[in-house]
Design a protein around this ligand. Structure first.
Ligand SMILES: N[C@@H](CCC(=O)N[C@@H](CS)C(=O)NCC(=O)O)C(=O)O
Length: 145
């Protein structure tokens, strides 16, 4: 199964962690896709109109996105205990935990784009600080851009 990926993407890492936990990482064929909101990868867009990674071409040839859908699909490919419980309160606890992780990664990515992609004179310090505060994202050194 083709996995559009980038090694620095936390959402790709989430999918790979799930694949390793499930034991099917060897069935994934990673295809590197550099992309950003200001420089979309048009080969990726041909598969995933959202233009984001990860995107997965399933065993049936369908293109799946985003990371939660891909993880749910991978979770459906194996026997035994699923990563996300099938029902009951535990299911919704697990899904909420996944949403928390996604929100942290979304904030981290937005902060990263702000300091690496946006020209210095157009950056908004309050926006960057807001993304980093409130436990939303581990503080990153602005100097690290
Ligand atoms: N909600 C998406 C988020 C994926 C995402 O933000 N991916 C980033 C890289 S980590 C991306 O492709 N950014 C390119 C863009 O926003 O154009 C998911 O869960 O897969």
């Amino acid at each position: 199964m083709k996995l559009w990926y980038a090694s620095a993407s936390p959402f790709v890492r989430k999918v790979l962690a799930a694949a390793h936990e499930i034991g099917i990482a060897d069935q994934l064929e990673p295809v590197a896709a550099g992309t950003s909101p200001v420089k979309p990868n048009m080969e990726l867009v041909a598969d995933n109109p959202v233009g984001k990674i990860p995107a997965l071409v399933s065993r049936d040839g369908d293109v799946l996105y985003d990371s939660s859908v891909i993880c749910a699909y991978l979770d459906s490919l194996h026997e035994g205990q699923t990563l996300i419980p099938a029902e009951g309160p535990e299911r919704f606890k697990a899904l909420t935990l996944e949403s928390l992780g996604d929100a942290i990664m979304d904030a981290a990515i937005l902060a990263r784009y702000e300091v690496t992609l946006r020209p210095d004179d157009k950056q908004w310090a309050d926006w960057i600080d807001g993304l980093r505060e409130g436990g939303k994202v581990i503080p990153m050194k602005r100097a690290a851009k």
